[in-house]
Ligand binder design. Structure first.
Ligand SMILES: NC(=O)c1ccc[n+]([C@@H]2O[C@H](COP(=O)([O-])OP(=O)(O)OC[C@H]3O[C@@H](n4cnc5c(N)ncnc54)[C@H](O)[C@@H]3O)[C@@H](O)[C@H]2O)c1
Length: 368
C-alpha cells in the first residue's frame, strides 16, 4: 500500500516560515505543503511562487473553508496564535504551533482540551526536547556521569529581532504587549531547563527595559525607529525545581554579542558545556572530576551505543507530530510542557515587580 502523504498548510508566511518551514516540510516527513495563508496576502502569494505551493489564502478562515489539508503549522505573529490555533483545532486539524501558543495557561488548556475532544494531535515549538546535544546530556546525567546534578545556567539572549535577524516583515510587533523578549527568547531558555530537570516549583526574576528605542538594522524596514519601552527586554530568571536543583536563565534582546556557552549543567562530579550551535548536532564538552582515578579535565565524549536522533531543521516538529499521529505515542514537543513554560512566563511579571518567588502549579511528564 502506498505511504500516506500528509497535506500541510502554513498560516503566517514571515521570516521563520520562509527560513525553516516551507523549505523543509517534504524533507522532514512524507508531507507536502498544499497551502500558505497570511493576513498580508502578498506574503502568502510570494511563498507559493517561491516554493511551488498550489494555493494562497488571506487568513485561517478562508483556508479552512476552501482547502483540504491534514496538518497546520501556525507560524504567525505571537499575538495571533490563540485565535488561529482555536480555529484549526476546532476544525479537527492536527496542529504545530509556534511559541507561545497562547497568552495564558487557561487559553492553552482550552486548546489542549479542544485537541483532545476533536481527537487531533497537537505539538508546540520550540524544538529543544528533540535536540541531539540535550538528549546526549540527559543520557549522561541519567547514568550519573557528572554526579548529583544541581544547577543549570542558560544564556538565551541576542541583540533583538531588529538587530540580530535579517527581516523583510516589520519587527515592531515584537515590542508590543503580548510579545516581547520573555515570550520570544525566554521561552527557549525555560523550555531547555525544564527539558533537563522537569517541572519547576518556584520562579523568581529581575527584569529591565535596557533600550527604550530601537532602530531596525537590515531588510525592508532598515532604519525604522521602534518605541520599545512597554515591556522589559532583559530578564534574569531563577528557578527552583526542588530536590536540590536550580537554574538561572538569562534571556532577552539586549546582548549584542556574547561568548558564554548557551548552556552549562553542573554536578558534583563535573560539568556539561554546550558551546556549539545546536542545529549542527554537536556533542557537548564534558568536564569530569574522578578522584578515584586521580584524573580531572575536559573531554569531548563519543556518543554512546544508542545515539539520539539528529536534527535536520527546525521543521523537525513536523516529524514529531506525524510520528505521534502514526504511533499513538505522545509527542516530544508536548503542549503540556508548553503550558508549564507558559505558566512560568505568566508568573514572571509578578515575580519581578514584587521581588518574590512565585509558586508554580502545572506539571508535565517527560516520557522520552
Ligand atoms: N527559533 C525559533 O523557535 C523562532 C525564531 C523566530 C521566530 N519564531 C516564532 O515564529 C513566529 C513568527 O515569527 P517570525 O519571526 O516569522 O515573524 P514575522 O513577523 O516575520 O512573520 C509573522 C507573519 O505572520 C503574519 N500574520 C500575523 N497575524 C496573522 C494572522 N492572524 N493570520 C495569518 N497570518 C498572520 C504576518 O503578516 C507575518 O507575515 C512567532 O511565533 C515567533 O515567536 C520562532
Amino acid at each position: 500500500m502506498a505511504e500516506k502523504i500528509w497535506k500541510v498548510a502554513v498560516v503566517g508566511c514571515g521570516s521563520f516560515a520562509n527560513g525553516q518551514y516551507f523549505p523543509n516540510i517534504s524533507k522532514e516527513a512524507d508531507a507536502v505543503c498544499v497551502a500558505a495563508a497570511d493576513v498580508v496576502f502578498e506574503r502568502a502569494e510570494a511563498a507559493c511562487r517561491r516554493y511551488g505551493i498550489p494555493k494562497a489564502y488571506h487568513d485561517v478562515y478562508e483556508l479552512l473553508e476552501n482547502c483540504d489539508f491534514d496538518i497546520a503549522i501556525d507560524a504567525a505573529s505571537i499575538q495571533a496564535h490563540h485565535e488561529i490555533n482555536m480555529a484549526l483545532l476546532s476544525a479537527g486539524k492536527h496542529l504545530i504551533s509556534q511559541k507561545p501558543a497562547a497568552p495564558d495557561v487557561e487559553r492553552l488548556s482550552l486548546q489542549i482540551e479542544t485537541a483532545k475532544k476533536n481527537k487531533v494531535n497537537f505539538v508546540c515549538a520550540p524544538i529543544h526536547p528533540m535536540r541531539y546535544d540535550l538528549s546526549l546530556a540527559r543520557q549522561w546525567m541519567a547514568a550519573g556521569a557528572i554526579g548529583e546534578v544541581y544547577y543549570a545556567k542558560c544564556n538565551m539572549s541576542h541583540g533583538g529581532p531588529e538587530y540580530f535577524q535579517y527581516r523583510d516583515a516589520d519587527p515592531s510587533w515584537f515590542f508590543e504587549p503580548g510579545a516581547g523578549a520573555l515570550v520570544d527568547m525566554g521561552v527557549h531558555g525555560l523550555q531547555i531547563v525544564t527539558t533537563l530537570f522537569g517541572p519547576a516549583k518556584r520562579v523568581g526574576c529581575m527584569a529591565k527595559v535596557t533600550t527604550p528605542r530601537r532602530t531596525v538594522r537590515s531588510g525592508a524596514f532598515d532604519g525604522l525607529e521602534i518605541p520599545a519601552d512597554k515591556i522589559p527586554d532583559q530578564y534574569l530568571i531563577t528557578l527552583d525545581f526542588g530536590e536540590g536543583k536550580m537554574a538561572l536563565v538569562d534571556s532577552g534582546f539586549s546582548e549584542k554579542a556574547s561568548k558564554a556557552p548557551q548552556l552549562e549543567i553542573f554536578g558534583t562530579k563535573g560539568t556539561i558545556s554546550f558551546t556549539k550551535p545546536y542545529m549542527q548536532n554537536p556533542v557537548p564538552e564534558v568536564y569530569l572530576d574522578s578522584p578515584e582515578l586521580g584524573i580531572r579535565g575536559w573531554m569531548e565524549p563519543m556518543p554512546g551505543a544508542k545515539p539520539p536522533e539528529k536534527l535536520l531543521s527546525q521543521c523537525c516538529c513536523l516529524r514529531d507530530l506525524i510520528r505521534s499521529i502514526e504511533t499513538g505515542l505522545p509527542p516530544r514537543l508536548s503542549p503540556e510542557h508548553a503550558r508549564h513554560v507558559l505558566e512560568i512566563m505568566c508568573a514572571i511579571p509578578s515575580a519581578a515587580e514584587e521581588g518574590r518567588l512565585v509558586e508554580l502549579h502545572t506539571a508535565f511528564e517527560r516520557l522520552y
